[in-house]
Design a protein around this ligand. Structure first.
Ligand SMILES: Cc1cc2nc3c(=O)[nH]c(=O)nc-3n(C[C@H](O)[C@H](O)[C@H](O)COP(=O)(O)OP(=O)(O)OC[C@H]3O[C@@H](n4cnc5c(N)ncnc54)[C@H](O)[C@@H]3O)c2cc1C
Length: 429
């Protein structure tokens, strides 16, 4: 299964459903997509007294192979949103150190004193956000509901039409603002005719999950002669790993068989030997993800705004995507709530562009850093075919050191001066 097919498997079923009824609704804001960006925004707007409808294509909030690392400043921002105590009641891990290991030598990536990274599965977090939003009668959530297209009024986006499953009912939701928070393969972005600015690297990742504690909670990446392994620890009972491969080589890897794949992984991380033999019995349990990141050419139209991965696709490198997505939601809430409390009619692009102006510099810097780290990983992998054996270890060590150095550079989105805070004066308590 590829990442795009994981994302769209359920929506294909929606195409086969015959439409029956049409229902009309209205709200101040319609948000398409209940990932971290959409769910946080829905909660904040509803809490501030803004009539908000959130739609989500999937019938449940369960999702695999997504970002589970919530790096600083997110724990502090969750606290400001009055969510941290409830989040800490969910199964989670706290990590304060991260390293890249190359040929047995550790290169520190981060070592926090007071700040920390929360390892937290997305589904319980999203459920919590929606549960909290539902405490306000300004909030409506439609799951199993897929965006079909925009409603327009005098050239402006003035709402959406969507199909609800399993009834096949068509919803027409009029609104002053449509927020496209529908992720990497955003349909709202496509229908608005906005280019995703997507860049692919020459690498793909074969992801798999094991029902046991991570081999190591601090290691992010391990580089050995046999390959490069990415770690994404989840809990004491679950861990996730990704083997980096040159783009286009997955069919050949599958042809060599799952036993060969397990051997490669165990050669890189011997601590997985045993667990991987017991639990990874077929490629059906693996998912192929291409490492890509991108920045949409623009994020706005009259009545329409993109946020999160829909506006800027974050790759897993450096665990930045949740941070960017949630900080976008905070910026929308802070800048647009006062406007939504006044007047009527679709919000003009000139107002929405303010959100893009505030967020774009930090996002651009982060995406650029992800892309250069992706290029570094890509040349690390491709060089393995071209470089004489005797030279390879030296060059790979250089590559790993470079990656850890890049990862240490403070990205503007994660420094204290530039992060977006929750503006409490906008809450209706
Ligand atoms: C394998 C992997 C590992 C990652 N690891 C990390 C990490 O450790 N830390 C980190 O910070 N980031 C990580 N990321 C990135 C992170 O997951 C994303 O940046 C983040 O989820 C983006 O949030 P979002 O709300 O913008 O979009 P998404 O989380 O993609 O949510 C979009 C939502 O929109 C819904 N949707 C899509 N189309 C429609 C439609 N037509 N109608 C209605 N709903 C629709 C989708 O079902 C989905 O629920 C990782 C990404 C991947 C792929």
């Amino acid at each position: 299964m590829t990442d795009e097919s994981v994302d769209s498997a359920e929506s294909d079923q929606a195409e086969r459903i015959e439409r029956t009824e049409r229902t009309e609704q209205s709200a101040d804001v319609v948000i398409v997509g209940a990932g971290p960006a959409g769910a946080v925004l829905g909660y904040l707007l509803a809490r501030s007294g803004v009539e908000t409808v959130l739609i989500e294509r999937q019938r449940t909030l369960d999702r695999e192979f997504r970002g589970y690392g919530f790096r600083p400043p997110l724990p502090r921002l969750f606290a400001e949103m009055d969510l941290l105590d409830a989040i800490e009641d969910l199964p989670h891990e706290v990590i304060t150190q991260g390293t890249v290991v190359a040929y047995g030598k550790s290169y520190p990536v981060f070592d926090f004193d007071e700040r920390y990274v929360l390892l937290l599965k997305q589904p319980p977090l999203l459920r919590l956000l929606i549960e909290r939003a539902r405490e306000y009668d300004t909030f409506t959530f439609h799951s199993g509901t897929t965006f079909d297209g925009f409603l327009r009024e005098d050239g402006s986006v003035a709402g959406i039409s969507a199909t609800s499953r399993p009834s096949g009912e068509t919803l027409e939701i009029r609104s002053r603002l449509v927020v496209g928070a529908d992720g990497r393969f955003s349909s709202t972005r496509k229908v608005a005719g906005i280019d995703s600015g997507m860049n692919e690297t020459g690498i793909e990742v074969v992801w798999f999950r094991l029902p046991c504690a991570a081999a190591d909670f601090t290691t992010h990446i391990r580089v050995e002669d046999e390959g490069v392994l990415v770690y994404s620890p989840l809990s004491e009972r679950e861990s996730q790993y990704g083997l980096l491969i040159p783009k286009g080589t997955y069919p050949a890897l599958r042809d060599r068989g799952i036993a060969d794949f397990r051997e490669t992984v165990s050669a890189i991380e011997p601590a997985l030997d045993g667990d991987i033999d017991e639990h990874l019995t077929s490629f059906d349990a693996c998912s192929l993800l291409s490492i890509r990141s991108g920045l949409a050419e623009r994020w706005t139209d009259d009545g329409f705004l993109l946020i999160g991965d829909a506006a800027h696709v974050a790759s897993p490198i450096g665990a930045e995507g949740n941070n960017l997505a949630i900080q976008d939601a905070l910026a929308v809430h802070r800048l647009l709530t006062p406007v939504l409390h006044r007047g009527d009619g679709p919000l003009p692009e000139r107002l929405l562009r303010r959100v893009e102006q505030v967020r774009r510099p930090a996002v651009e810097e982060t995406i650029r850093a992800q892309q250069s780290r992706g290029d570094g990983l890509s040349s690390l992998l491709s060089s393995r075919d071209r470089i004489p054996d005797a030279l390879e270890p030296t060059l790979l060590r250089g590559g790993a050191a470079l990656m850890s150095l890049l990862a240490r550079l403070p990205s503007r989105s994660s420094t204290d001066e530039n992060e977006t805070s929750v503006d409490r004066t906008l809450f209706v308590d």
